[in-house]
Design a protein around this ligand. Sequence first.
Ligand code: IFM
Length: 443
Amino acid sequence: MPLSRNDFPPGFLFGTATSAYQVEGHGLGGAGQTHWDSFAATPGNVSRAENGARACDHLNRYQEDLDLVADAGFDLYRFSTSWARVLPDGTGTPNPAGLDFYDRLVDGMLARGLKPALTLYHWELPAALADLGGWANRDTAHHFADFAALMARRLGDRVWSWATINEPWCAAWLSHFEGHHAPGLRDIRATARAMHHIGLAHGLGLAGLRAGGADNAGIVLNFEPAFPAEDTLTARAAANRYDAVFNRFFLGAVTRGTYPDLVLEGLGPHLPDRWQDDLPGIAAPLDWLGVNYYTVKHLTEAPGPWPNWRTVPGPGPKTDMGWDIAPGALTDLLCRLHDKTSGTLPLYVTENGMAAPDGIANAHVQDEDRIAYIAAHLRAARAAIAKGVPLKGFVIWSLLDNFEWAFGYSKRFGLVHVDFETLARKPKASYAAVQAILKGRAS
Ligand code: IFM
């Protein structure tokens, strides 16, 4: 990986990320049940019926994990706080052990010179709120704002950056329209309401954060550039609809307070009354925008009702998730986002990385594909900076192999291998390669 920090502007930040349910061990420490626990307990939803009850036991091993982050030479650690660990019923009395854990985690980062980059919601909705309709219920957005304010009051003096929500498209569309994530619905009305209420939660959450004394706040959106699978009008229209749902819905909402007409065609009749009144609050000013980028999609028209698209595998190499590897599209995406936002809004790549079928051989994981993937995407990020994009940092997903949602523990994204029997951590070759970039050593 012949790249170094010096290839990026001074002050450019490098980080690595995890999320609460994926690593902490949600059965530990007095956390409340979440909709991911019930989704995972339902046969057929998660590969091998696995769940996050133990995960990587980060709750108990966070010191060792933070040492790994610091030893690699990263500047920041992106982590998330589980709402149900802090408020087991989603509202009401906090779990002191949960708050104490996040206190210790943040202090552990500061002690190692790492910037704490906190995301409030990375998908584990408290089950008590799911019982009341979850994201289809407007009240959930208000409860989220209370959670945000609580966290800001507790950690606002030490956290470097705050994100309200990670990948709202996944929390809303993938979970309520496609049924692949908790709560596993396939219902257009629930989808419309979840899309809107998650945006509302972001707006109210930002206000809650700022009222609680937090600053440097933003949101993390995921993007998949969409291309027509063939050169036909119908394929171009399908790609455009996909783009509107995946890439433009939340971006337009949080930066301009608008929803794309192409999405309203399908979701409009199912949105809550007077949804327009919420848009100014959803578009409250951001300090930065987080960009999660992994892949692109190729689309064609499918028979049936809106959104009547079908994805078609692209021609090139794929990751272990079956996702097309397309680093060049990251440069174009960052330029497009810069163009579509205020022109001065700082951007961060808040997630990028790949799943690979990593095997340990002689106590070593030689993950060359991941090294090439990360290097190609770092170069793509650098190309965007050269074109004038105010990109301020790049975060690799993930520090650890972890609970990859519906895929359970079968997909490995980590720079560090985790043996899910013993929970032993073993840095992979990609960890050493990244360390060489960040610390300026030959790998
Ligand atoms: O593991 C997930 C993460 O939780 C959110 N972004 C994508 C990653 C890989 O699928």
